[in-house]
Write a protein that binds this ligand. Structure first.
Ligand SMILES: Nc1ncnc2c1ncn2[C@@H]1O[C@H](COP(=O)(O)OP(=O)(O)OP(=O)(O)O)[C@@H](O)[C@H]1O
Length: 271
């Protein structure tokens, strides 16, 4: 079924035939994918495959030459700047390097998730409503950090900082979350904790999560669905069980797999 014809997906994240080039480099070639509410989709692909470009197209930071990107039914590719800013409120971002303000407490970082909702003067004076503070505390509790709410962010471990970043997107009340290599700088134990929480909140709150990873074993264990990207093209879209050696060869082009796969050689399994 074409992604845009799926009635559930029309309400979350839909990319259809998205192409993006940088000079001679084809970063994305006719990429179509859907992330539904409460679904954690992991993007796998070697360096340069186009994962970050997908994220930039979804947030409107990169403009595709062709195709459309829809977030919660709004077409990001054609929104005027003021409306794009509003639409971005629905897109929570989780980065490899956490992007917290280190000298501020965990709760102040989490409250930053409300910035799109409160007037600028309240932000400058740091006057958040009680409801916002309660929401921030509840979300810190959800990620297991309530007792560290007033600790400076830069005194927390990497795993704890990433959990603060998750609490921030929950406080933003984003219905779409993009996580760009969220565990790349974490040790194995913290990686498991962070991905477990991300999957938990995705399922509990019906958030559509698109998450890029470089660790195939983690993708297998935490994803609801895998999208494999190679040279800007989707070469696999299907369940985690389909991530066998043959599929990994296609994504990572190992064992002498051909340099130029044709359209027919792509493996596309419906989820
Ligand atoms: N601003 C840019 N200018 C020129 N080329 C770019 C730019 N951004 C990305 N590219 C190119 O587009 C292709 C896709 O890059 P992208 O960063 O999306 O890959 P990636 O899968 O996120 O890689 P990584 O896993 O290393 O982060 C690469 O060939 C890259 O060099």
């Amino acid at each position: 079924m074409s992604p845009s014809l799926d009635p559930v997906a029309s309400n979350t994240l839909v990319l259809q035939d998205v192409s993006k080039t940088y000079g001679e480099t084809v970063a994305l070639a006719k990429v179509s994918l859907v992330v539904r509410p409460g679904e954690l989709v992991v993007l796998l692909g070697p360096s340069g495959a186009g994962k970050s470009t997908i994220f930039r197209c979804i947030t409107g930071l990169a403009k595709p030459e062709e195709g459309s990107v829809e977030v919660l039914g709004q077409s990001i590719t054609v929104l005027p700047p003021a409306k794009l800013r509003l639409a971005r409120r629905d897109i929570g971002l989780i980065f490899q390097q956490f992007n917290l303000i280190g000298r501020l407490s965990a709760i102040k970082n989490v409250l930053a998730g409300r910035l799109g909702y409160v007037p600028a003067w309240r932000v400058i004076l740091r006057l958040f409503h009680t409801r916002d503070r309660q929401l921030a505390l509840a979300n810190l509790d959800r990620v297991g950090l309530l007792h560290q709410a007033y600790q400076r962010a830069n005194s927390l471990s990497g795993g704890q900082q990433q959990r603060v970043a998750i609490a921030r997107v929950l406080t933003q009340e984003s219905r779409v979350v993009l996580a760009d290599e969220p565990v790349s700088s974490l040790d194995p134990e913290a990686s498991e904790t962070v991905l477990g929480i991300l999957r938990g909140v995705c399922h509990e709150r019906g958030i559509a999560v698109l998450c890029s990873l470089h660790q195939v074993d983690l993708a297998r264990r935490y994803a609801d669905r895998i999208v494999g990207l190679r040279d800007g093209r989707i070469v696999y879209d299907g369940p985690t069980e389909g991530l066998q050696a043959e599929t990994l060869d296609l994504i990572y082009r190992r064992n002498g797999a051909k340099e130029n796969e044709t359209e027919d050689s792509r493996l596309r399994v419906s989820a």
